[in-house]
Design a binder for this molecule. Structure first.
Ligand SMILES: *[C@@H]1O[C@H](CO)[C@@H](O)[C@H](O)[C@H]1NC(C)=O
Ligand SMILES: *[C@@H]1O[C@H](CO)[C@@H](O)[C@H](O)[C@H]1NC(C)=O
Ligand SMILES: *[C@@H]1O[C@H](CO)[C@@H](O)[C@H](O)[C@H]1NC(C)=O
Ligand SMILES: *[C@@H]1O[C@H](CO)[C@@H](O)[C@H](O)[C@H]1NC(C)=O
Ligand SMILES: *[C@@H]1O[C@H](CO)[C@@H](O)[C@H](O)[C@H]1NC(C)=O
Ligand SMILES: *[C@@H]1O[C@H](CO)[C@@H](O)[C@H](O)[C@H]1NC(C)=O
Ligand SMILES: [Ca+2]
Length: 525
């Protein structure tokens, strides 16, 4: 029958047209991207490339070797890559990139940085652009993971403390509007460590920048943190000192003894501490018996263990920085108790605080801390408990911290939560409307760890993209639909089990009857 033939003819024609439209859509996107460079005309912005990058491309990227990050990134989705430099003062600038996905969702996002760098996080640009965010990332005002660029240049320090992220957000939002033809609907931040601090800095001082902030393991109370990290070297001494505790002991016997004493306190012997606050670790059982010398500690070494696992206080007994939470001693043993000066501390006091590139990290004392705290260059402390301006704009902040973090104590995140409570005079139920904090058991520093650490906070830690299995998408749901996360779920490394991490101040307790790998065998209390 004629109508049928014509119908199927129309259908085939329509399919062909659709295919052509798809190809044209891609061509348009690519063409729009390559010509985009000519449309950009912004003060202080030098754009040197806009190029279409097809999904699957193994992109070679400029990254300083000190960053310890790969010099390539495999791109997961079709993007328009925009590379530019932005002047931030007469003697400082940032290098920045914007990755505009073809599958744009109307959401803008800024990534963060790490350490005292200097390193664009290409993995996070890729991760977030593949989720449909128009994503930006900047180099924080200098290249690489050292502090030399700070010397005698407070503008580079200001870029590091706040201006790089803030500038990249202003420029990035303008470019997003220009490229897609309309302003972003919502704006987000994702970062961990120094990135976590950057997120908090924006919440505290630039509340209009973001609608939602995902801040992990934040390097806040900055001078206290770097003083704490720098205080270990004079205690441990170098590898040949009597006071030194071999890294193998931290990885093996000491971590095991912490588990012996504290793993069961949450109800389950699973190699993970759900509530390190209950753990008062005592290294005494590890002291060598008469005649024994292996897998044990001398009295002197036991004293080192006690000291480096304690909080640091000033002369008046005021807390400078809390203790490392038990469970993280293996990572800390490798990175902080390893008999070397802590590089970030060394560089910060040399190139920022004392302007003296010969300053000796072995000489660090409370006086050095006092100078740094008083100087608080460009407001880097990031420990302001009044975040009411962010609440007032309707912003949401989702804060998390790994309980196996051996670089930044999760106790300091709890301390900040308390500071906000006290400063704003709010109970947790009242903060819940806009600020929620989730300690993540079994998570190391930002990614990795022995427990259910894959929460979707970074490309290295993704086990799903639904809001109930991905903390970034949970934040989006909170901001856009008003559905706030009650728990943050994560999977372990091999994704053989999931666990729901509780909202602070609740903690997880194993109640059974199933195995500890059974999510429903745990309860927040
Ligand atoms: C390309 O740009 C034109 C004009 O600015 C716009 O109408 C079109 O939607 C864009 N196409 C794609 C695929 O981005
Ligand atoms: C991408 O390229 C780098 C070196 O250029 C190479 O080491 C890496 O294996 C490549 N990755 C993939 C997935 O092809
Ligand atoms: C952009 O900044 C980087 C890092 O400071 C610099 O190496 C590069 O030469 C600059 N590029 C342009 C085109 O200005
Ligand atoms: C450009 O940078 C200068 C500082 O070098 C600053 O004073 C000015 O406000 C910037 N312009 C814009 C549009 O941001
Ligand atoms: C180091 O230099 C900066 C800027 O050049 C200055 O603000 C600071 O006071 C100096 N610190 C010392 C200890 O000289
Ligand atoms: C995870 O999987 C890898 C590769 O299959 C395997 O080598 C490793 O032993 C597994 N780890 C655990 C903890 O099961
Ligand atoms: Ca346990």
């Amino acid at each position: 029958m004629a109508p049928l033939r014509s119908c199927s003819g129309t259908l085939m024609g329509a399919l062909a047209l659709l295919r052509m439209a798809n190809v044209h859509g891609q061509d348009d996107f690519a063409a729009n991207c390559s010509s985009f460079v000519d449309k950009i005309n912004m003060e202080n912005v030098t754009t040197y490339a806009t190029e279409y990058i097809a999904a699957g491309t193994n992109l070679s990227v400029a990254i300083d070797p000190s960053c310890g990050r790969p010099s390539y990134q495999v791109v997961s989705t079709d993007i328009c890559r925009v590379q530019m430099n932005v002047t931030t003062s007469q003697r400082s600038e940032i290098r920045m990139e914007a990755w505009f996905p073809q599958g744009y969702t109307g959401r803008f996002l800024s990534t963060g940085n790490g350490g005292i760098g200097g390193c664009i996080q290409y993995s996070e640009l890729d991760y977030t652009s593949s989720l449909g965010f128009a994503a930006v990332g900047a180099n924080n005002g200098h290249e690489g993971q050292r502090g030399v660029a700070f010397l005698n240049n407070p503008d580079v320090i200001a870029d590091y403390a706040w201006r790089s992220v803030h500038t990249a957000v202003l420029v990035g939002k303008e470019l997003t509007a220009l490229f897609y033809g309309a302003p972003q609907k919502k704006s987000y931040f994702v970062g961990c460590s120094t990135g976590g601090r950057q997120g908090w800095k924006m919440v505290q001082d630039f509340p209009d920048d973001f609608d939602g902030v995902l801040s992990g393991a934040p390097a806040i109370a900055f001078s206290g943190l770097l003083y704490w990290s720098g205080s270990f070297y004079p205690v441990t001494g170098t590898e040949d000192a009597d006071t030194f505790v071999p890294t193998q002991m931290w990885l093996g016997a000491i971590h095991q003894e912490v588990l012996n004493q504290c793993d069961a306190l949450d109800g389950a012997i699973d190699g993970v501490l759900e509530n390190p606050d209950l753990c008062e670790f005592d290294p005494t059982p590890l002291i060598c018996a008469e005649g024994s010398t292996t897998d044990c500690l001398t009295e002197t070494q036991a004293e080192t263990v006690r000291t480096v696992l304690s909080a640091v206080y000033d002369e008046n007994g005021d807390l400078i920085y809390p203790r490392l939470q038990p469970g993280a001693e293996a990572l800390a043993g490798m990175t902080q108790f390893n008999g070397d000066p802590y590089l970030y501390t060394t560089d910060w006091w040399r190139y920022v605080i004392h302007n003296d590139s010969t300053w000796d990290p072995a000489s660090i004392t409370l006086a050095d801390f006092r100078v740094a705290k008083a100087q608080n260059p460009a407001g880097v402390e990031t420990f302001d408990g009044d975040i009411s301006a962010f609440e007032a704009i309707g912003g949401k902040i989702l804060h998390y911290h790994g309980l196996m973090d051996g670089l930044i104590s999760s106790d300091n995140s709890k301390r900040y939560y308390s500071l906000v409570r006290k400063t704003m005079g709010r109970e947790p139920a009242e903060l819940d409307g806009f600020y929620r904090f989730f300690p993540i058991s079994g998570m190391s520093h930002c990614t990795g760890g022995d427990g259910a650490h894959k929460i979707g906070n970074a490309q290295d830690g993704v086990a799903g993209t639904r809001p109930d299995e991905n903390v970034l998408m949970a934040l989006v749901q909170w901001v856009e639909e008003g559905v706030a996360p009650e728990v943050v779920r994560g999977a372990n490394t091999n994704q053989t089990y999931w666990r729901a991490h509780c909202k602070w101040p609740q903690t997880n307790k194993y109640v059974g009857p199933g195995s500890y790998e059974d999510e429903s065998a745990w309860q927040c209390a």
